[in-house]
Design a protein around this ligand. Structure first.
Ligand code: NAD
Length: 425
């Protein structure tokens, strides 16, 4: 996680050179606003009592309530939660949401819990952090190994404690409890809208070729959208390997098999369903090195590093995953003229539709799927084009532009709070 924190904060110095922000802003961003550690006692199914460690960090809330997911994972630490909360602060500012950044986590392997133990843990987490969250304070959402069902339990528990229905305390809920239409595909939708908005500035081809690393929630939907829009998706992969077809995969068939078999493995095997999709098998490393117009890393962090960046040939790389390119590799790509659409913009569709969910909850009015998608498109295209202009103007990468813009937006709010003026007078 130290590496991840470095890639999140290491770029700040570079961005500051192109951002007009006060010293106050820099000082405020060096420290989390609050970091809460809680012990969560959970009655296990065998009658024993087990205590889990949980965290909630509100990194910064100068632009609005903090926003960020809750992660259930054995490797969770306060350090990691803090890093991710910082990242959320930047991401929310990049797409101009009226939010700061937060994050939460519990040290647990949820796969080892029964469903009822998982529910007691989720409700226990809210018992522990309820005074630190709220619709105007800090609004959690799903993250690694948490989902809509868990968000529903958490919202219900918060409502019980507060003795009043409070759907806007958490996003990513089931539709029946105030979730938003379009939340499940929002990350890929947002990445796709930005790709379409910037594509003509980077890629000449009428039918661009594309490769998607990570055929999961985000990657599979992105591959489907690209296919529908006329891209030739020549390769996709999951943790077990990659499939490649130089004249383009039939993505709907691959997605159907993946949905039915829960893995691309269904495509690799021999048999009736598998023969539907013609392909060659390649490795994930081969996929990253394909000579394609567009590469979409949608799996894990650090997929492209100093070790393999020289092999990467794509003209445009859209970071649907968080942190898939290390800072050293990022520099090499920029120097080569290969354009990286950074994660803080490319995958911000998820948090944007979370914001729409919160707005709908506060309005008490559910939007149609088209309304969600149209508003997401408008925001992603506007912010994508704004960053492109800023990057061109300053002669910097889109990543530096994104951080510089975010710092300026956060800085404007810091300065407008007037603490400095009050102090001086
Ligand atoms: P997911 O678990 O649904 O999918 C991840 C996919 O990557 C799986 O198919 C997995 O098999 C594959 N994978 C794992 N290791 C791989 C490897 N070495 N090579 C190739 N493929 C590999 O997860 P997701 O929700 O789609 O998230 C993917 C990335 O997008 C993560 O970095 C996540 O933080 C980021 N992201 C997701 C969302 C969202 O709303 N889902 C929002 C913001 C960011």
């Amino acid at each position: 996680m130290a590496d991840l924190f470095e890639s999140a904060t290491g770029i700040i110095d570079e961005a500051l050179a192109h951002a007009d922000v006060s010293e106050d802003t820099v000082e405020r961003l060096k420290h989390p606003r609050s970091a809460l550690a809680v012990s969560i006692p959970v009655r296990m199914d065998d009658g024993s009592l087990k205590t889990f460690q949980g965290y909630r960090v509100r990194y910064n809330d100068v632009r609005g309530p903090a926003k960020g997911g809750i992660r259930f994972h054995p490797d969770v630490s306060l350090d990691e939660v803090q890093t991710l909360a910082f990242w959320m602060t930047i991401k929310c500012a990049v797409v101009d949401l009226p939010y700061g950044g937060g994050k939460g986590g519990v040290i647990v392997n949820p796969k080892e819990l029964s469903l009822s133990e998982l529910e007691r843990l989720s409700r226990g987490y809210i018992d522990g952090v309820c005074d630190a969250i709220g619709p105007d304070v800090d609004i959690p959402a799903p993250d690694v190994y948490t989902n809509a069902m868990i968000m529903g339990w958490m919202m219900d528990q918060y409502s019980i404690i507060k003795r009043g229905r409070t759907p806007a305390v958490i996003t990513g809920k089931p539709l029946s409890l105030g979730g938003s239409l379009g939340r499940d595909t929002a990350t890929a939708d947002g990445g796709f809208f930005v790709t379409q908005a910037l594509r003509s500035k980077i890629i000449d081809a009428d039918q661009p070729t594309a490769a998607v690393q990570g055929f999961g929630n985000a990657g599979m939907t992105m591959a489907e959208l690209l296919h529908e829009a006329g891209y030739k998706v020549v390769a996709v992969s999951d943790s077990q390997g990659a499939i490649h077809k130089p004249d383009g995969l039939h993505v709907p068939s691959v997605a159907k098999i993946k949905r039915e078999s829960r893995a691309l493995k269904g495509v690799y095997c021999e048999g009736s369903v598998c023969e539907v999709v013609e392909h060659d098998q390649i490795t994930n490393e081969d996929l990253l090195a394909l000579d394609v117009d567009l590469l979409v890393p949608a799996a894990l962090e650090n997929a492209i590093s100093a070790d393999n960046v020289a092999d990467v040939k794509a003209k445009m790389i859209v970071e649907l995953a968080n942190g898939p390119i290390t800072p050293e590799a990022d520099k090499v790509l920029y120097d080569n003229g290969q354009v990286v659409v950074p994660d803080v913009l490319a995958n911000a569709g998820g948090v944007t539709v979370s914001y729409f969910e919160w707005v709908q909850n506060r309005q008490g009015y559910a939007w149609s799927a088209d309304m969600v998608r149209d508003r997401l498109k408008e925001r992603m295209v506007t912010e994508g084009e704004r960053l492109w202009g800023f990057a061109e103007d300053k002669g910097v990468s889109l990543r530096v532009a994104a951080y510089a813009q975010a710092l300026e937006r956060i800085g404007a709010a810091v300065d407008a709070t007037g603490h400095k003026a009050d102090f001086a007078s």
